[in-house]
Design a binder for this molecule. Structure first.
Ligand code: G6P
Length: 479
């Protein structure tokens, strides 16, 4: 049998592994493949080593287009997509990563009936192992002696341990972009599975988290379940917004066009409220943890409790489809629509539609909304960081008040200048919206300035390089 070293094809010195890669392919009707580049913190972070021919991003083929690309040998330099069996991938990604691990770390279960860890769960867990094994094998084959491998997120929690066994020479890190569950909640998982997950991550030299809170929760789980973190350094790297990119991108003509369209939608140009209609903006994936429904309920309570706002404010909710293979996400989307419609039929007038709900992903339009928002609502029930909270203050044209959940990772850095809320408390959120809407202009501008400074303290490129340097210099964590 060939050793992993013999199978090595690339000899990359820096490798990144994540489920979702930087590029995706769709199969057009004419059979041609169309490539689209993704965004996000990791993509920007990696641009720090762009042009470095020794780097490789290993990711999974996520759909038919990606699979066709792999089979046809289409791809980008520096990216390797793994064509993992579609059923295995579905069981690992939808079944375990998104329906179990995501739920545990975001505490999303309705516990009287779920979770149920039965035989079907065990089968999916086997698929999760197989999928993690495919990454570990590919990384082992591609990595040069002593290379640095940066493994991302809950999808790949077993990879560090597996890779360590295959290639003891590598420097390995794991980074969690999510929160980490408190001990009592983590212990919903079957004991052996919880231990396997922790041992998987502890196969890394370094385990990184977005905030001190999540790092401490991980440490507490390790102490309770496997007796400690052993030789693994636990560290905190709080990903920030990319100010240069955002400022440039948000002033291109396509964003200006969308601002004009949004202003038309907001209205208020005629009648008694001429020109002073305010906007509350939220931009999220339609994700269970984002708390979009309670945000709408808070807006409804605001209109109910303070009728003076009727006709004078529009809630623009950008709720982009996510994980639509899962019924619970589809149902959530339906509920978002239902509550928005309910508010509009209850309070709307011929001249004013209180909620504007946008379901089609459009980055330029999101930036346009950031620029003109008076208030940004970021109220997740739990969130690793939340980059929207960090992006809005950077892009805002005339200052924007931030209503921020204390359960978002960003709270650690932005809490002082935001109006903070308990995300379950709809009445308190309605009050916070009122405070935000009535914040004096000067105060709003000052706070926005401080928020923008805090939000950009660790830009993605630096965030990535810090981790890479810590890994290659063998620095001790503790953070
Ligand atoms: C979170 C996770 C990422 C994930 C993203 C989008 O930010 O930490 O790993 O890629 O959500 O979710 P999706 O399931 O569409 O990849």
């Amino acid at each position: 049998m060939a050793s992993p070293h013999a199978a090595r094809v690339h000899a990359a010195r820096v490798l990144v592994a994540s489920n979702r890669g930087p590029v995706s392919y769709t199969l057009r009707d004419d059979g041609e493949l169309e490539a689209a580049r993704g965004g996000g913190g990791l993509v920007s972070g990696l641009s720090a080593i762009e042009g470095d021919t020794d780097s490789l991003w290993v990711c999974a083929a996520l759909g038919d287009g990606d699979r066709a690309a792999v089979r046809r040998g289409v791809g980008e330099d520096g990216v390797r997509m793994l064509d993992i069996d579609a059923e295995v991938h579905a069981a690992a990604y939808n079944g375990i990563a998104n329906s179990v691990l995501w739920f545990v770390h975001h505490m999303l279960y309705q516990t009287p009936l779920e979770p149920v860890f039965d035989v079907a769960f065990r089968r999916q867990w086997d698929a999760y192992r197989t999928y993690n094994r495919a990454f570990a094998d590919a990384l082992a084959a591609e990595a040069a002696d002593g290379a640095a491998v940066l493994v991302q997120d809950y999808h790949l929690a077993l990879v560090p341990g597996m890779l360590r066994e295959l290639r003891p020479d590598l420097r390995i890190s794991h980074f969690s972009h999510t929160p980490w569950a408190p001990v009592e909640y983590f212990r919903l998982l079957p004991d052996d599975i919880g231990a396997e997950l922790l041992h998987g991550i502890l196969g890394a030299d370094r385990a990184g988290f977005l905030t001190r809170r999540w790092a401490d929760a991980f440490g507490a789980c390790c102490t309770a379940v496997v007796g400690g973190t052993g030789d693994t350094a636990v560290s905190v790297h709080g990903l920030g917004a990319d100010a240069d990119f955002l400022r440039e991108r948000s002033h291109r003509p396509d964003v200006d066009e969308r601002m004009t369209a949004l202003r038309e939608r907001i209205g208020g140009g005629g009648g008694e409220s001429a020109g002073d209609r305010k906007t509350i903006v939220r931009v999220d994936r339609t994700e269970l943890s984002k708390n979009i429904v309670r945000g709408l309920l808070a807006f409804r309570e605001l209109l109910d409790a303070r009728p003076e706002w009727r006709g004078r404010v529009v809630h623009m909710a950008f709720a982009y489809p996510s994980r639509q293979d899962l019924a619970v996400y589809r149902d959530y989307m339906t509920e978002v629509r239902r509550v928005a419609d309910d508010i509009n039929s209850r309070y709307g007038t011929p001249d004013w539609t209180p909620v504007a709900l946008y379901l089609k992903d459009d980055f330029a339009r999101s930036l346009a909304a950031y620029r003109l928002a008076d208030v940004a609502l970021v109220n997740p029930i739990r969130d690793g960081m939340n980059l929207v909270a960090k992006e809005v203050p950077v892009v805002s044209d005339h200052g924007c008040a931030l209503v921020l959940s204390r359960e978002a990772g960003a709270y650690e850095e932005l809490g002082d200048d935001a109006i903070t809320v308990n995300p379950y408390d709809v009445s308190a959120t309605a009050d916070a919206l009122h405070r935000a809407l009535t914040m004096p202009d000067a105060e709003r501008a000052e706070r926005t300035g401080r928020l923008a400074a805090a939000a950009t303290a660790l830009p993605p490129q630096q965030w990535f390089l810090d981790q890479l340097n810590a890994l290659t210099s063998g620095e001790q964590g503790g953070g």
